[in-house]
Design a binder for this molecule. Structure first.
Ligand SMILES: [Zn+2]
Length: 241
């Protein structure tokens, strides 16, 4: 408990919240810019079991924003490199690693039994998979996306009847073609900002504290936040009735 004393001294978490974190299992899909920072926050916070998955290798162009990696890691598997570093950060945490991309066929194996799913990807296809899995299994899913100087964040909490990812971004060919950071660029500081906000929402959800129900839109270049009230879409193909 000692190593978490700054978190437990905060009344919103306390020792009771920390005990809950020890008992929880989170999955982080993708361990790049968002996912690497998410994984560090979850492991350092003492979440009992942290599952990570990715099927990429570290590239020199990743280093500017992917804070888990350094020059020595270029060319190495992201997920195995991440697992090794995360285990060194906190040996209390069980880190499970899957060298795989998330899709409909791998989701049950990778996400089975987890208490919460964190989106660390930068592509739409795996987000639809995470969202559908989480809605079907009643698991909270914390979405974040970054592009250019912007970030977005939204909590999908099926048990509370929130909107889901597909309510906001209905699946379509145009959605599948939303540019990635490789195509549209990204300010290197933005992913760590959004991942830290995502990780904070995850801590709240894991201990049962109030979380945001708004879509949060961050503009790093203007240094502004907007909040959009979102309601479930009755005709949603994933969560609609
Ligand atoms: Zn929906």
């Amino acid at each position: 408990m000692d190593r978490y004393c700054r978190n437990t001294a905060f009344p919103g978490i306390g020792k009771e919240g920390q005990e809950r974190l020890f008992a929880r299992h989170v999955a982080i899909v993708g361990v790049g810019a968002l996912g690497g920072t998410l994984a560090m926050h979850m492991v350092r916070a003492g979440v009992g079991t942290v599952t990570i998955c990715d099927h990429d290798t570290v590239d020199l162009t990743n280093i500017a924003r992917q804070l888990l990696y350094d020059e020595d890691d270029v060319g190495a598997s992201k997920v195995w490199t991440a697992a090794k570093k995360l285990r060194r950060m906190n040996s209390d945490v069980e880190v499970r690693a899957h060298d795989a991309f998330l899709d409909e066929s791998t989701a049950p194996h990778i996400l089975g039994g987890v208490d919460l799913v964190l989106d660390g990807t930068d592509r739409m296809a795996p987000r639809y998979v995470m969202n559908a899995y989480c809605v079907a299994h009643g698991v909270p899913y914390v979405y974040a996306g970054v592009l250019g100087g912007h970030g977005m964040l939204f909590n999908v909490v099926p048990a509370d009847g929130t909107a889901c990812f597909a309510c906001i971004f209905p699946r379509s060919e145009a959605m599948e073609r939303v540019p990635t950071c490789a195509e549209a660029g990204i300010v290197n500081t933005v992913p760590a900002i959004m991942a830290s906000m995502q990780a904070t929402e995850a801590l709240k959800l894991l201990i049962g504290a109030p979380y945001t129900r708004d879509l949060v839109v961050y503009d790093a270049w203007k240094q502004s936040f907007d909040r959009v009230r979102v309601r479930p879409r009755p005709s949603c193909g994933v969560c609609g009735r």
